[in-house]
Ligand binder design. Structure first.
Ligand code: CMC
Length: 396
C-alpha cells in the first residue's frame, strides 16, 4: 500500500514497467454510489437494487430517471411532476437547430461531434449554468436529459436532409423521441421498444464516460461541461462507439457462411470483435440478452432477420471458442440490430446510447455533490531526469 503523507512524499520515478499499477484503473474503486451495480460474474445489473430485466419489462424511461435521481421509485404525483417538467424542457433554442442544420450534413462529421457541440452550446442558453446548488443542478439535469433527445433526433433528420421535427408534448419521452427521429407516431410496440432501449442504456456504474464526467465535476466545473466530457468519452469505439462498429462488421461479413472464417481471421490477428468483451462482465451482459429477445420481433417486422441470424451465429461461435476466456456479447452487440431494424442509421447508434445514458450521467454528478474531492492521481515518471538544455541550432 502506498503511503501518501506530507512527511513522506512518494517519488514516482522509475524505469518503464518497474512500478506496478492498475492499468486502466482495473478494479480500483474511485468512490461510493447508490445508483447502479454490475455483477460481472453473475451477469447481473441493478439500478438502485432493481434488476434491469424487471425495469425493462415494467417501467418507463421517466420512471427510471426518477429512480436514478432520487434513489426511489416515484409515487404517481412525483412521476407526473417529473414528466411534466421533462415535456416542458423538450424544445431547444433556434440557434441550436441552426447549428445542427449546418453541421450535421457536412461530409465526414460524426453525429457524436455535432451532439457534443450542441450540448456545449446549450450551456450558454441556460442562465443557471454557473449556479451549482443541488436544486439548480437537478433542474439543469432534467433539462439536459429532455433536450438531448431533441438534439439527437434533429441531428438524425438533418443528416438525411429531412425536415427537423419539433417535439410533441402529447407523447412520452421515448414515444416523442421515436416520433422526432422517424416522423411516425409510434404504436405500442415501437414506443415500448424505445423505452427499453433507453432504460437499458440509462446507467452502468463507473463506465468510462461516467468516470470522465465525475473527474470533470470533481473540479467543481458545471454540469454541461461534465456532459460534454461524457459525450466525448462515449464516442470512442471501445465504449459507446462499438455499436456502430458491430453493424459495420455484420455488413462486412455479409452471409452466414462467412462468419466463422471472419472471426477466426480477426481473432488470429488479435483484433477486437466489436460488441464483445467487457472490463467487468466475464459472462453474458444481461442487457445483450434482453436486446436479443427484442430483436426477434423488430427484425421480423422490418424484414431484417438476416442481421439477427448473423449476429446469433457470431454469438454461438464466439461462445464456443472464446467464452471460457470471458469474452461474451456486451450491450452494443445486439443494440445495432435492433436500432437498424427501427430505421436508425448506424452513425446515429452512439448518439442514441447518449440519450439513454444522460439519465445516469446527471444522476451521478448530482450524487457527487454530497461527497466531492478533486481527482488528482499520479503518473509514474519514466522519462529522463536532468537533461541539459541544448540551443536549438545544436540539436541533432
Ligand atoms: N475481441 C477479442 N478479444 C477480446 C475482446 C474482443 N472484443 N475483448 C477482450 N478481448 C481479449 C483481449 O485481447 C485480452 O486478451 P489477452 O489477455 O490474450 O491479451 C483479454 O480479452 C482481456 O481483454 P482486456 O483488453 O484486458 O479488456 P479490457 O477490460 O481492457 O477492455 C473492452 C474491455 C470492452 C474495451 C474490450 O473488451 C473491447 O475492446 N471490446 C470491443 C469493443 C466493445 O465492444 N466495447 C463496448 C464495451 S461495453 C459497452 C460500452 O461501454 O459502451
Amino acid at each position: 500500500m502506498l503511503n501518501n503523507t506530507y512527511s513522506e512524499e512518494i517519488k514516482l520515478v522509475a524505469k518503464p514497467g518497474e512500478i506496478p499499477f492498475a492499468k486502466g484503473l482495473e478494479g480500483v474503486p474511485v468512490g461510493e454510489s447508490t445508483k447502479s451495480f454490475v455483477d460481472g460474474l453473475g451477469g447481473k445489473l441493478v439500478y438502485h437494487g432493481h434488476p434491469i430485466e424487471e425495469l425493462c419489462e415494467k417501467s418507463t424511461y421517466e420512471e427510471v430517471f426518477y429512480l436514478l435521481l432520487n434513489d426511489q421509485l416515484p409515487k404517481e404525483s412525483e412521476l407526473r411532476d417529473l414528466t411534466r417538467l421533462m415535456r416542458s424542457y423538450r424544445e431547444i433554442p433556434g440557434d441550436i437547430y441552426d447549428l445542427i442544420s449546418k453541421q450535421a450534413p457536412r461530409y465526414g462529421v460524426h453525429p457524436m461531434s455535432v451532439l457534443r457541440t450542441a450540448v456545449s452550446a446549450l450551456a450558454s442558453y441556460d442562465e443557471t449554468t454557473e449556479e451549482d446548488s443541488p436544486s439548480e443542478q437537478r433542474r439543469q439535469g432534467i433539462r439536459i436529459v429532455s433536450k438531448i433527445a431533441t438534439i439527437t433526433a434533429a441531428i438524425a433528420r438533418a443528416r438525411q436532409g429531412k425536415p427537423i421535427l419539433s417535439p410533441r408534448p402529447d407523447l412520452t419521452h421515448a414515444g416523442n423521441f421515436y416520433y422526432m427521429l422517424t416522423g411516425n407516431t409510434p404504436d405500442n410496440f415501437y414506443a415500448r421498444l424505445m423505452d427499453v432501449l433507453l432504460i437499458l442504456h440509462a446507467d452502468h456504474e463507473c463506465n468510462a464516460s461516467t468516470f470522465s464526467m465525475v473527474v470533470v465535476r470533481s473540479t467543481l466545473s458545471d454540469l454541461y461541461s461534465c456532459v460534454v466530457a461524457g459525450i466525448g468519452a462515449l464516442k470512442g469505439p471501445l465504449h459507446g462507439g462499438a455499436n456502430e462498429e458491430v453493424m459495420r462488421m455484420l455488413q462486412a461479413i455479409g452471409s452466414l457462411d462467412n462468419v466463422e472464417k471472419f472471426l477466426d481471421d480477426a481473432m488470429s490477428q488479435r483484433l477486437r470483435i466489436s460488441g464483445f468483451g467487457h472490463r467487468v462482465y466475464k459472462t453474458m451482459d444481461p442487457r445483450a440478452a434482453i436486446l436479443r429477445e427484442h430483436a426477434r420481433e423488430v427484425t421480423r417486422r422490418a424484414g431484417t432477420e438476416h442481421w439477427l441470424e448473423t449476429a446469433e451465429r457470431i454469438e454461438k461461435i464466439m461462445a464456443e471458442k472464446y467464452g471460457q476466456r470471458g469474452i461474451w456479447p456486451n450491450v452494443d452487440f445486439f443494440s445495432g440490430v435492433v436500432m437498424a431494424s427501427m430505421g436508425i442509421e448506424p452513425p446515429m447508434f452512439t448518439p442514441m446510447f447518449a440519450v439513454g445514458r444522460s439519465a445516469g450521467w446527471v444522476s451521478h454528478i448530482i450524487e457527487q455533490g454530497n461527497d466531492n474531492r478533486i481527482f488528482r492521481p499520479r503518473f509514474i515518471y519514466v522519462g529522463p531526469e536532468d537533461e541539459s538544455y541544448q540551443p536549438i541550432r545544436d540539436r541533432k
